[in-house]
Write a new protein. Structure first.
Length: 255
């Protein structure tokens, strides 16, 4: 299906087609319409994921990290000063190898304020450990965002990814965009998400992971346990070569 849409709507369509489960968000110009489109779809029942309004972009990044760490597909978007406020937690996402996908709608940075297109916001994130894709038109916004999920969730990659589009130039300009078929997207993205879940499961089940649980309460009360989790770096590095063949066969069979 081909539809006339701006870059913000194209980004929202990509998130919808990817069937993301969690969207932490905080609106900021010129990204606002992307979030508003997802919010409208949520109200209309067209978007089934959880739409989380939080108090700042720093909280957006924190919520995205927590969501992705549970193994669910996570998406968000930001721009300009909002992305800078999120900067601190971006290193946590890449350090934990979480396949978050974020659209950045580039806008110039202060001072005192600007509403023009500028790449300084995304270039500030160059060394944060995130992959960065730059889009030339609105078709690439939807295509590269879907590819970002495919790449980020691959068990040989497992890194967060930015998809960058020019604020105002693309975000508010309507162009003909071909919307991919939902069944084709489901088939393309399903396999790598299973690999991600399998990766997390095997990391947790490794013998060298240490759990320290507190003593349970008396039998007549609800048990309360706390635990800490330690994973040796070498276990993660060697994990790919140690994946059991049975797991790989399951992937090949699409189970």
């Amino acid at each position: 299906m081909k539809k006339l849409m701006d870059g913000n709507e194209a980004g929202a369509w990509a998130a919808r087609l990817a069937k993301v489960k969690v969207v932490p968000n905080f609106p900021v110009t010129p990204q606002t319409e992307l979030i508003e489109t997802l919010a409208k779809w949520k109200v209309d029942g067209l978007f089934k994921g959880d739409f989380l309004d939080v108090e700042s972009e720093h909280s957006v990044g924190s919520a995205a990290i927590a969501s992705s760490a549970t193994g669910v597909r996570t998406f968000t978007a930001s721009s300009s000063q909002g992305l800078l406020l999120m900067h601190e937690v971006l290193y946590v996402a890449s350090g934990m190898r979480l396949p978050i996908v974020m659209i950045n709608v580039s806008r110039g940075l202060s001072a005192p304020i600007t509403l023009w297109d500028d790449h300084n916001d995304i270039l500030d994130q160059r060394d944060s450990g995130w992959m960065i894709f730059f889009t030339e038109n609105n078709q690439e916004v939807i295509d590269l965002t879907l590819q970002a999920f495919k790449i980020a969730e691959n068990h040989k990659v497992l890194l967060p990814c930015f998809v960058n589009l020019d604020g105002f130039v693309l975000s508010y300009t309507r162009e003909p965009v071909q919307i991919p078929n939902q069944k084709a997207v489901d088939k393309s993205l399903q396999l790598d998400l299973k690999r991600f879940h399998f990766f997390v499961k095997n990391v947790i089940e490794r013998e060298k992971i240490k759990f320290n649980a507190s003593q349970p309460l008396p039998d007549d009360e609800t048990p309360l346990k706390t635990f800490s989790l330690t994973i040796d770096q070498k276990d993660i590095i060697k994990l790919d070569s140690n994946l059991p063949q049975s797991g790989k066969e399951q992937y090949n069979q699409g189970e």
